[in-house]
Design a binder for this molecule. Structure first.
Ligand SMILES: [Zn+2]
Length: 440
């Protein structure tokens, strides 16, 4: 098995991530988080919110609706340009992204260029293709009881527009000093032609985005601040190893239509280097579009000079699932302890679903169970994220806790009844030390 398959298997076996709608045979491109996965995901999202919003004076949160007025997506360019090049095999009717079938091709690949590459259908092996056509990736729906052209709406393909459309409201209500940022976490939807690579390319994902509004001539300073702070966040808070992160200055032809500069932060995933997050200078593209489409001014009036201008924007955008996958990839390892193989998730303590696991050495000795329960309650009060395990033997419990990334296992034994100490076993080193219960 490849490392990716090992991680997928561990995620399912231990209740981190399940295939979406598993009981009905699944739903392509969707994944469900189980009890441990949701803890990991929430811890990551909470760390982001704390780092970017709670601890800063220049950031504010918003939480906008997923279904927005469709004019949003006309103004933003998504109706016209949020397309992937689609080809269909006329033999088996399999649909594919034309650019992904031709090595080195870009999203603007033409039918001629595609046919010239003479690729065979990955499903049936034949070579009988339709023309390349533009496939809009927004999920379309109808709002209200009538289903016609006037009731069309879209599930948002990015959270960003929910921020931009609230720019005026925020400025009019709290009038923050410039520069300032608006942050949002939430779901976004993309009808990927071929979802793949586990949670890396799914049809429904959670985004964490910031729109950081600046004076037009101060964008470079803000961009650099965002770049440096993001590396700090990814390395120091999320615990990703610096050597697995790479910055990619995206060339003009590969940048999104709205961006004047983009740096992608890439990560060494098990199947190769892939985008973890993007940092883009979006100029006044979005506020300018909204101003045109809505007829309302998006100008900000400088508090000291009185000068009015449409702010420019630096946008860091992270897919939560991509970050979860990076954390799992960095944490997953297999090693050998005293000749015995084990799988361990070396999750940073701030992200692990449980910080401690408490157990009695033997579960059929009431005095041990009672003492262990006391220790459990005490730790639960103090650290919240504490689990109890009295199943199987102690070795099995350790292996299970190693697999779910619990940093410390606390075991209450007969000595504990005498000396009020417990054995604390470290996940990474497997070293065991005696610690006074009062000092836990
Ligand atoms: Zn085919």
């Amino acid at each position: 098995m490849s490392k990716l398959e090992d991680i997928v298997s561990l995620c399912k076996r231990r209740g981190f991530i399940f295939p979406g709608s598993d009981v009905y045979g699944g739903m392509a491109g969707t994944w469900d988080f189980g009890p441990l996965g949701v803890s990991l995901k929430r811890n990551i999202m909470q760390e982001w919110w704390s780092f970017w919003v709670d601890k800063r004076d220049d950031m504010y949160g918003v939480d906008a609706a997923i279904i927005m007025n469709p004019r949003t997506w006309r103004a933003s360019g998504h109706v016209d340009t949020f397309n992937d090049p689609l080809v269909e095999c006329k033999e088996c009717h399999g649909r594919f992204r034309a650019d992904k079938l031709v090595g080195g091709a870009t999203e603007s690949i033409t039918t001629e260029a595609f046919l010239a590459a003479k690729v065979k259908c990955p499903t049936c092996g034949k070579e009988n293709w339709s023309d390349v056509r533009k496939f809009n990736m927004m999920f379309e729906t109808h709002v209200g009881a009538v289903s016609d052209e006037t009731s069309i709406a879209y599930l948002r393909p990015e959270t960003a527009q929910g921020i931009f459309t609230n720019f005026r409201n925020v400025v009019d209500t709290i009038y923050p000093d410039m520069p300032f940022g608006l942050a949002q976490q939430g779901k976004a939807f993309r009808n990927e032609i071929s979802p793949r690579d586990f949670i890396l390319r799914d049809r429904e994902c959670s985004q964490m985005e910031i729109e950081y509004f600046v004076k037009p001539d101060e964008w470079e300073k803000a961009f650099e601040m965002m770049r440096v702070e993001h590396l700090k966040f990814l390395e120091k808070v999320i615990g990703l190893p610096a050597e697995m992160l790479h910055e990619l200055d995206v060339s003009a032809e590969d940048r999104a239509h709205y961006s004047k500069k983009t740096i992608d932060i890439m990560f060494d995933y098990p199947n190769g280097e892939e985008e973890l997050m993007g940092l883009a200078y979006r100029t006044d593209f979005d506020l300018g579009n909204i101003q045109r489409e809505s007829g309302k001014s998006m100008e900000y009036r400088d508090k000291s000079t009185g000068e009015a201008f449409v702010p420019h924007v630096i946008e860091p955008s992270i897919g939560v699932e991509r970050l979860v996958m990076a954390v799992l990839s960095a944490a997953y390892c297999e090693d050998e302890i005293n000749g015995e193989k084990r799988t361990v998730l070396k999750l940073p303590e701030n992200l692990a679903p449980y910080k401690f696991c408490v157990s009695p050495l033997l579960k059929n000795k009431p005095e041990l169970v009672e003492k262990a329960r006391e220790v459990y309650e005490k730790l639960k009060d103090k650290y919240t994220f504490v689990t109890w395990d009295d199943s199987g033997n102690i070795g099995k419990r350790y292996r299970k806790q190693d697999e779910i990334g619990t940093p410390k296992c606390v075991v209450v034994d007969f000595d504990s009844l005498e000396d009020d100490s417990v054995t604390v076993r470290d996940r990474d080193t497997t070293e065991q030390v005696r610690v006074k219960i009062a000092e836990l």
